[in-house]
Design a protein around this ligand. Structure first.
Ligand code: B16
Ligand code: MG
Length: 217
């Protein structure tokens, strides 16, 4: 029996991964640092300040700013991001995700959210899906970033689920690693996820039947 299914948010439930990209791109352009979709892959599932550190290092600006300037830059990116997500509506769920979560819930399996984003509640609210989650991790309280298993373990514990009997769904490489080191069955959505137990190219290829089959293997 599956005891819980835990989803990542950005890039799995909705395409906010693209808005994160656009917001970082704007900041990187202002700082004169090269930035493209391929470098952005390194930032998926990575916290705001850690993402900024990677971008600055990539532009050889690792030591160019004081801590307070770094904080200002991170806030600036967040303002760009918040402006972009103001456009989000329930139409912006990735294809099939709402139906998938409802199907899981109809079998009385608890559903959780493991997003490291401090904007996760705003996004859930805009998509009008808060009621579909039995527990959402509080990004502010998570100490270790993905690939550490802390966030997935925290959600399983809150759902009173054994990680060994639970499934995690991620679009980021570090996210899949986080799921696997927690002992859960890992479902990967997107490219570069070779180590997941089940891999699909996008959410249209994801089905509950297939996820249950992957879990049993
Ligand atoms: P924020 P997830 C992650 O969300 C994103 O993948 C990552 O790109 C972002 O930097 C991080 O959240 C922090 O987000 O700046 O909004 O706190 O994939 O874990 O849902
Ligand atoms: Mg993600």
């Amino acid at each position: 029996q599956i005891e819980a299914v835990v989803f990542d948010l950005d890039g799995v439930i909705t395409d906010t991964a693209h808005y994160h990209y656009l917001a970082w791109k704007q900041l990187a352009d202002e700082l004169g640092i090269p930035f493209d979709e391929s470098f952005n892959e390194n930032l998926k599932g990575v916290s705001r300040v850690e993402s900024l550190t990677l971008i600055l290092a990539n532009g050889n600006q690792a030591d160019a700013y004081t801590d307070s300037e770094i904080e200002d830059l991170a806030n600036r990116k967040n303002e760009y991001y918040k402006r972009l997500i103001q456009q989000l509506t329930p139409e912006d769920m990735l294809p099939g995700m709402k139906e998938l979560i409802e199907e899981i819930r109809s079998e009385h399996i608890p559903v959780g959210l493991a997003s490291v984003s401090k904007n996760a509640q705003t996004v859930l609210h805009a998509l009008e899906i808060e009621h579909l989650f039995d527990y959402c991790a509080d990004a502010a309280k998570i100490k270790q970033s993905k690939p550490d298993p802390e966030i997935f373990l925290t959600v399983c514990e809150a759902l009173e689920a054994d990680p060994e009997h639970s499934i995690g769904v991620e679009d980021a490489k570090v996210g899949v690693q986080s799921i696997q080191s927690s002992g859960m069955c890992a479902v990967g959505v997107g490219s570069y996820l070779d180590q997941a137990d089940l891999m699909v190219n996008d959410t249209t290829e994801l089905s509950w039947t297939q996820m249950k089959r992957a879990y049993l293997h």
